[in-house]
Design a protein around this ligand. Structure first.
Ligand SMILES: [Zn+2]
Length: 301
């Protein structure tokens, strides 16, 4: 499932459509990506409207059009945004197609875990967007915000807390593992162990990983540096990239997700003997099943 930086990469893919009129709209009414939506008014709202702005927040995207139409997009597991050339013939997975002069904006989703919504709001984004939690790179993502949630969920594994989209929007499985590896924390460490002074360090590492990911994946889908756990977490047989460590990485289920960590740099918390059941590992693919996540259901659903 795309995380914060991957989502922003997809948002930028529709940049060629900015400032252009939607001349014609096609959609697969009744497709599961429109669940909870009435699509009857979409043509009236979007045809003839200019795409004026695009926003990303965590795993959500929002495209604003003249006339007050706001298109919300959640990619789910297999959703993607593309631009095709004029005259493009939509495929069966292209559930929303916006035709503009010189190009075609496409939302495609083969498995339809993603979802779309259209709201009308004048003068700014719709209410649901304004009620999203503070972005992890924003000032609102304060030490008090992080510390408060660590205290509230003090018995929960820190991995599960990091995946909570209501607190850490945009942080998914690989980002959580990267953050914990950098902090030397086992994924099953109780969140309460980080309450108080350590919450400052957690906030720092969340923001650091988010910002660096945006400059690589979020910009051009390039890989983060070789010093990141990210580079080795999907393929079996790799070792901790930290100099002087080189311990074989562990891939096991933790907090309901296949997690990757270094057993030397991230020892288990006191009283915990980790299970060592081998789990199948997905290789070479960044996306994972959103139905397997413990994070909150996204507001677009
Ligand atoms: Zn290590």
């Amino acid at each position: 499932m795309p995380e914060l930086a991957e989502v922003d990469y997809f948002r930028r893919r529709w940049d060629p459509g900015m400032g252009k009129v939607v001349e014609h709209l096609e959609l697969h009414a009744g497709a599961r990506v429109f669940r909870g939506c009435e699509t009857a008014g979409w043509h009236e709202l979007l045809q003839g409207a200019v795409m004026e702005v695009s926003l990303a927040h965590g795993k959500q995207m929002l495209f604003g059009f003249s006339g007050g139409g706001w298109l919300g997009v959640h990619l789910g597991m297999t959703g993607e945004l593309r631009v095709e050339s004029a005259g493009y013939e939509p495929g069966r997975h292209d559930h929303l197609v916006l035709r503009q002069a010189g190009g075609v904006l496409v939302f495609a989703d083969s498995r339809m875990f993603g979802c779309l919504r259209l709201d009308v709001a004048v003068g700014g984004p719709p209410e649901w967007w304004r009620q999203l939690p503070p972005a992890v790179t924003s000032g609102g993502f304060s030490i008090d915000w992080v510390d408060g949630h660590l205290r509230r969920r003090h018995r929960s594994p820190i991995k599960a807390v990091l995946l909570d989209q209501a607190v850490f929007p945009g942080v998914g499985n690989w980002m959580a593992d990267e953050i914990l590896w950098r902090m030397g924390l086992h994924p099953l460490t109780p969140a309460g162990n980080l309450a108080g002074a350590p919450s400052r360090a957690l906030r720092y590492h969340v923001r650091w990983v988010a910002r660096r990911a945006m400059t690589t994946i979020g910009t051009d889908w390039s890989e983060p540096p070789a010093s990141w756990l990210y580079r080795y977490r999907w393929a079996a047989g790799h070792c901790c990239p930290r100099p002087q460590c080189a311990t074989p990485l562990v891939r096991e289920e933790a907090a309901g997700r296949t997690s990757c960590w270094c057993p030397s740099c991230q020892p288990p918390p006191d009283g915990l003997t980790p299970t060592r059941k081998a789990r199948p590992v997905r290789t070479g693919h960044r996306r994972e099943n959103p139905l397997a996540t413990s994070s909150a259901r996204p507001p677009l659903s």
